[in-house]
Design a protein around this ligand. Structure first.
Ligand SMILES: *Cc1c(COP(=O)(O)O)cnc(C)c1O
Length: 389
């Protein structure tokens, strides 16, 4: 029995990170100073997204992404039911309606086949979505080329929820390049690829969207005289032009992000190594290991297996609780969003998205994070094996 609890994910923070945060703490600006813009430049350089914006969470980022595309009451957003609730809530914040596209049985991302079918149907009914939000589950990209094609045919905008996927790429394009979308959103919560404590990032190549995000992130206020409606009363003058929010990231947090970003590629390789070791050591068991689509780099944020409830010694729920009893912090990403009580109250019912519901009866996220030791991983593998055969 392993005496120490092994979580499914955790941050990797070193002295370089700590020193950089301390440096900002000792400087003149701990928020709204030069560190956030510096981090944003580095993020644009890394992702090849022209404009980058740091925000206080990916949830705020998703909200502003929707607002920047003009989402309002009467509009419709589609996303994947296998995601964190924030992927759907952003639509509701704007007064829009949300609906889901069932998942692909191999990648567990939004099924592009089901997306196309639903679009053809929605066109007939006159209720096409304004925005589609594909979620790159585990850090593996959704099928963006096809989604982009469909967006032209059916006239919708695309926000990539890449909360899991910083450091990954799709057909040789970095996630965040927005080659196949209008905006991309990343999360910097501690379990994600890199962390700023709490934090979110938006990338976009669209100048008007960028301007809107910048304004909405800080109360809808401008200090740029070119944007003002009146001649400034004096040097103190600013104007609020629209209803915005305080969704800013403090410089303290951005300082952590800068040194974390330096290590991102190393983090991805380390996670790849861990994933490959799981693949190799679970291959003979009656369970599904993660399916990787060709010509893409998954950031390997999560390592999700699917239990074969017919051929395993124990069933999914039992395996999960026995792993937890063994001090292994397995998790389940995610409970299908449409099964949440809040969404059931909006009219969603069980049975609507069968692939997502089947996934929910089989999926387990095994521990994967940069500091997971070989010994800990062997312990996870051995414990799991005994529950399967
Ligand atoms: C973590 C996560 C979010 C929310 O991120 P926060 O930074 O915690 O607000 C949104 N979508 C997905 C898919 C996530 O995993």
């Amino acid at each position: 029995m392993n005496s120490k609890f092994i979580p499914y994910g955790r941050q990797d923070i070193d002295d370089e990170d700590i020193n950089n945060v301390v440096k900002v703490l000792k400087s003149d600006f701990i928020t709204q100073g030069p560190t956030v813009p510096l981090f944003e430049n580095l993020l644009s350089k890394y992702t090849h997204g022209k404009y980058s914006f740091c925000l206080n969470s990916a949830t705020s980022a998703l909200h502003l992404a929707c607002l920047s595309l003009g989402l309002k009451k009467g509009d419709i957003v589609w996303t994947s039911p296998i995601s964190f609730v924030a992927s759907a809530n952003c639509a509701l914040y704007c007064g829009a309606k949300v609906d889901f596209i069932d998942i692909d049985p191999f990648s567990y991302n939004m099924s592009v086949k089901k997306l196309e079918e639903k679009l053809i149907n929605a066109k007939k009914e006159g209720d096409l979505p304004k925005i589609v939000i594909p979620v790159h589950l585990s850090g593996q990209s959704a099928e963006m080329i096809k989604i982009k094609e469909l967006s032209k045919e059916f006239n919708f905008k695309i926000i990539e929820d890449a909360s899991h996927a910083l450091g990954g790429s799709y057909k040789n394009e970095k996630i965040g390049s927005c080659k196949f979308s209008d905006l991309t959103v990343f999360s910097m919560h501690p379990v994600k690829m890199i962390t700023t404590g709490e934090g979110g990032v938006i990338t976009t190549n669209n100048k008007l969207i960028a301007k809107k995000i910048k304004s909405l992130r800080s109360h809808g206020i401008t200090k740029d005289t070119l944007d003002m409606t009146k001649v400034p009363d004096g040097l103190w003058y600013y104007e609020q032009l629209e209803l915005g929010y305080n969704y800013r990231m403090p410089d303290i947090n951005a300082a952590l992000g800068i040194t974390q970003l330096d290590k991102l590629d190393k983090f991805v390789s380390k996670r790849e190594e861990i994933a490959n070791y799981y693949d190799k050591n679970l291959i003979d068991l009656p369970l599904k290991t993660p399916h990787q689509i060709p010509n893409c780099v998954s950031s390997r944020h999560l390592y999700i297996i699917r239990i074969d409830n017919k051929h395993s010694k124990f069933k999914h729920k039992d395996i999960f609780s026995r792993l937890r009893d063994s001090n292994i912090g397995v998790n389940l990403h995610y409970i299908p969003i449409h099964l949440q009580p809040y969404f059931q109250n909006l009219g969603f019912i069980k049975g609507q998205f069968p692939e997502a519901e089947k996934y929910y009866e089989e999926a387990i996220s095994l521990p994967i994070f940069t500091k997971l030791t070989k010994r800990e991983q062997d312990y996870v593998i051995d414990t799991l094996r005994k529950l399967i055969i």
